[in-house]
Design a protein around this ligand. Sequence first.
Ligand code: GRF
Length: 197
Amino acid sequence: MNIAFFASHGGSNFQAIVEAIRNQNIAAEPVLLISNNSDAYALERAKSLGVKPIHISSAQYDTATEFQSALLGVLDEHSIDLVVLAGYMRMIPKVLIEKYHNRILNIHPALLPKYGGKGMYGMNVHSAVHEAGDSESGATVHLVNEKYDEGKILKQGKVAISKDDTPENIARKVLEVEHRIYAETIKEIVEGSIELD
Ligand code: GRF
């Protein structure tokens, strides 16, 4: 199973998955790391991990159609089977969602359907959880469809929140869960215990 990762910033989820694939001999190949952001640290991580880094941004093209064909072209050229979004801050074009139907995964730093939807990303999520005084949060791996954060949920992991936790602490705890459950999900997809169709 050839995997393309999409990341806009740090790429810690990308790295955790690549390490899990290699350490646990999961039958998947991390082939590409695609970023819309030429300064993304994820591109550096890709170089260190021996995964091909590619910078593709809509800003490099005159039209959305040209951008989308370039993106699809790269995925095709590398025979990509699965697209793994790991902190990718751009909408996924409809043509890509159609071509990779049920083959695009995302991770969200909350227990969906709570704290999903427009504007709910990064620290906005953890601050909202903190303000609500919730006693738990967590992360959700889900399939990507045309609506934000509404695709089928494949796996969730929870963390307990104490009264003393700040939004930053919650973010740290949730990120640990993300690294664990994202790699687990990919392992289960490869092994067939999670079916994507
Ligand atoms: C994670 O919190 C993930 O849930 C969200 O973006 C963040 C990416 O972190 N979608 P990293 O780039 O993998 O470190």
